[in-house]
Design a protein around this ligand. Sequence first.
Ligand code: N01
Length: 544
Amino acid sequence: MVYSKEQHSKDVVEKYDAVVIGAGFSGLYMLYRLREAGLSTKVYDSAAGVGGVWYWNRYPGARCDSESIYYNYTFSEELYKEWNWSSRYPEQPEILRYLNFVADKFDLRRDIQFNTRVNSAKYDEELNQWFIKTDDGRTVSAQYFITGIGCISTANLPNIKGLDNFEGEWYHTGHWPHEKVDFSGKRIGIIGTGSSGIQSIPVIAKEAAHLTVFQRTPQFSVPAQNHPYDSEYLRKTKENFHDLKRQMRESMAGVSMYYRDRSVLDDASEERRKVLEDAWEKGGWAILFAYNDLVTNEESNELVANFVRSKISEIVKDPETARKLTPTHYYATKRAIIDTDYFETYNRENVSLVDVKESPIQEITAKGIRTADDEYELDTIVFATGFDGMTGSFFKMDIRGRDGVSLKEKWANGAETRTYLGLTTAGFPNMFMITGPESPSVLGNMPVAIEQHVEWIMNCIEHLRENDIKFIEAKTEAEDLWSKQCRELADQTLYTKTASWYTGANIEGKPGGFQIYVGGYGPYRKICDEVAEKGYEGFLLIPS
Ligand code: N01
């Protein structure tokens, strides 16, 4: 629908240069930059505070899988040097404190409207304005419309028969309550063994009377080897700020770590075992960087996968439980998970594992969960069932571009997601997506991806303003080419051969498709910079 001028003056309560959705890592930095450039800006977030995913994911054991020295902003040296992380992988409350600290330091809250969901955003061609409607019944307009909605923020609650009948409590890890959930003395069931399940299972097990894990697909996980940081390590890291920042920005995954220039197949089995044992001891992402062909060569992948499988059978005492916990897919093609005592937890007396591929969940009853073979009485069910990734949060809103075309229709519900650089999409002038589909985003350390997008968008908007350009819009040919390149690159890897949330396979009925640029953060940054240097090649720039 196109707004008439009358409607415009009647409905619109405020007019901004830019509207941003989301007050997480993306929205906070975008606001900071827009304000610094003198643009009037409004940020909306449905949460009551800043933090984005870190506001909602408060489940027990929630922490980040990037090391904290990397998992923060680097746009401000002062900020980097002021903040002290307690450990290698701090828990969610500490990350949320950091984001609150950032919001306070830069006085960001005064332009953020919390507790407000954006329902729709529609572009009016005649007025060259976006009209943004929120769930408080208001409409605002802006020349630039920017999404900072994250890649995995729309929780997936599977459609299992009978949840309404359940007499106990239930929670989703991605929408965890603010008050502490008490598991003590209770029988808990958890569905899902992705990152959220694997982080929360050891913590819940320590408190619960009994924990039953309902697992659909076993997962690879390696120890985080988390530890507190000492002040000397932090001092040296901060001293090295400029190098670290450059390395993170140029690297493949947004961290100062490099793939060893060696195939898994280059090492004889004894040497390989030694390399992998060392990486296991180092923990975190060390195994991912131990070789350079883990996700591109089936044989290499299988050798590393077998190493991790051997660790599972060493750790888990009951052979039948170990068998059920042993993954068969390619290593690291679902998110490579890091954990603290995950496999060890299955040695506890109060933990049991149900393989729901062998014995599917049939329904949730008043008393618990009934599978094909048994009924499990439970006081609490935890859904660690993930997210409708990449496109889910876009489709919750009615976003319409030129000629009233909806984004959901343009992207055919996800089957035909097309973007140019993961930043823009044809037919949606002056709309920018921070870490949108077909950017590298979730295949690395997100704050680095976010900063790169925010800075690119800001430079672009400044270019438009300096040159009196009314709008910028991706050309269809450019986005077709970009999407094709993304798919071709992904097809050279093993990612596309595994069902995961990366491919949309976790959501019933969601069309498949791998919507992430796999070429790495550093190379991607170069491509984006070159596009800008060539006068925004691949874009239409229409003067006022
Ligand atoms: O979600 P997931 P997540 N019946 O989709 C299972 C990031 N993250 O919240 O594998 C039974 O990975 C599903 O089974 P299957 C990170 O990028 C980061 O754990 O689809 N089971 C799977 O086991 C991560 O990748 C951190 O067969 C069902 C699980 O639920 C992403 O978020 C921490 C089911 C979902 O796993 C998502 O992780 C947490 C059903 N109907 C999250 N439906 C960090 O450390 C789904 N499952 C930064």
